[in-house]
Write a new protein. Structure first.
Length: 209
């Protein structure tokens, strides 16, 4: 079962990836994790990635593609995997299809306004460090210990909006998987459990083939 998970930051894509991997015993392949692993272990690919990161530059497609390809050649990926955060553009999607056959590309979708509401509503308790949300507070204070809460800089609305725009998935990537006949979209407006029920219906269809 070879799955690509697509979706904007804050849609719950990472949460769904974790649930899928736990149920189906698949490795969760995140480009961020691969980068960190290779940099930490000072592999040749890791050195290349670090050279760009140190300059504050984006890692070029060819390096990102090589590092993903290298990871997917590991033994734990033989029976399948969940790719999270890759591909991010059409060149990466085409390259991926040249060395692996993807069963489904599943878009965990959520409107920008709901993502902004969720992310900009996140708070952190200054007393106990509890991550919380404005929807859960009791009289404006931490529901766990009653402490004062604060907003992290990266959860401010204007920062969230900018991040959404910067990380928006190009329509051509969606069109690529639609044309391949592998694209499915799941609305993530429900709880993570109900969202997974929709995702799991798609996955069970793959496992029956």
């Amino acid at each position: 079962m070879k799955i690509v998970l697509l979706g904007p930051p804050g849609s719950g894509k990472g949460t769904q990836a974790n649930i899928i991997c736990e149920k189906y015993n698949l490795p969760h392949i995140s480009t961020g994790d691969i980068f960190r692993y290779n940099i930490k272990n000072e592999t040749e690919l890791g050195k290349k990635v670090k050279s760009y990161i140190d300059l504050g530059s984006l890692v070029p497609d060819e390096v990102t593609i090589d590092i993903v390809k290298d990871r997917l050649e590991n033994a734990d990926c033989e029976k399948g995997f969940v790719l999270d955060g890759f591909p991010r553009n059409l060149a990466q999607a085409k390259a991926l299809s040249s060395f692996v056959t993807i069963d489904k590309a599943i878009m965990i979708d959520l409107s920008d306004e709901e993502i902004i509401r969720r992310l900009s509503g996140r708070r952190m308790c200054a007393s106990c460090g509890n991550p919380t949300h404005v929807d859960w507070l009791v009289d404006g204070k931490c529901e766990k210990c009653g402490g004062e809460v604060m907003t992290r800089d990266d959860d401010k609305e204007e920062v969230v909006r900018a991040r959404l725009e910067k990380q928006k998935l190009p329509q051509e990537v969606i069109d690529f998987y639609v044309n391949m006949g592998t694209f499915k979209k799941v609305e993530a407006t429900d709880t993570k459990e109900k969202t997974f029920e929709k995702v799991d219906k798609i996955l069970k269809g793959i496992s029956k083939k």
